[in-house]
Design a protein around this ligand. Structure first.
Ligand code: FES
Length: 203
């Protein structure tokens, strides 16, 4: 797991837009009044989506004030979860899972592809500003390992070749199709295999 990257250049102010203030009210309504601080996570996500996929420190302070929470508590949440970015990311934000199932199935090759085509180090935005990448812990799609998340979509059952094609396409704003790259339907077995005993089709 990488250490959270916090932007050196920070904006001076942040507040929700008119539309997002309405969404904020809808979010707060979902929580009992005595547990309102539990809405910290969706509010952080809302701030991130408003601010080009990253959360400035002033937004963390803003949410802390909204929820009457100490700043450090909101900061702890924002730094704990990999889904929150505290520094600018590329238009296409590539998160490569490198936890054990993905690692066993070759995620290091996907990391190498990111290093080659996006940037040598994670959290660096590519020269054309299109992409940045980061290693993350399990994204819950182990059955389709190895995989990566790009913005809101999952790309699964990857190998070096398919990952390379996806990243190259992103660099020229060509949007690749999400899902399995071994033509599986979601996480169903390949080649219509129905049971684990049907090894004949498992190649
Ligand atoms: S280990 Fe990669 S998705 Fe779970």
């Amino acid at each position: 797991m990488s250490i959270k990257n916090v932007a050196a250049n920070q904006p001076d102010s942040f507040e929700f837009t008119k539309e997002n203030l309405l969404i904020k009210d809808l979010i707060l309504k979902k929580y009992p009044k005595t547990k309102i601080q539990s809405s910290v996570m969706p509010l952080l996500s809302l701030a991130q989506s408003q601010n080009n996929n990253w959360i400035p420190l002033v937004a963390i302070k803003y949410i802390a004030a909204l929820l009457d929470m100490p700043y450090i508590k909101v900061y702890e949440v924002a730094t704990f979860y990999s889904m929150y970015n505290l520094a600018p990311v590329g238009d296409y934000f590539v998160q490569v899972c490198t936890t054990t199932p993905c690692m066993i199935r070759g995620s290091s090759k996907i990391v190498d592809v990111c290093k080659k085509y996006i940037s040598e180090k994670e959290n660096q935005i590519s020269k054309n500003k299109k992409c940045s990448w980061v290693e993350v812990e399990c994204l819950g799609a182990c059955v389709n390992a190895p995989m990566m998340q790009i913005n809101d979509n999952y790309f699964e059952d990857l190998d070096e070749k398919s990952a390379e094609k996806i990243i190259k396409d992103l660099m020229i704003d060509k949007l690749p199709k999400p899902g399995s790259y071994r033509n599986r339907k979601n996480s169903a077995p390949e080649k219509n295999r129905k049971t684990l005993l049907e090894t004949i089709n498992a190649k």
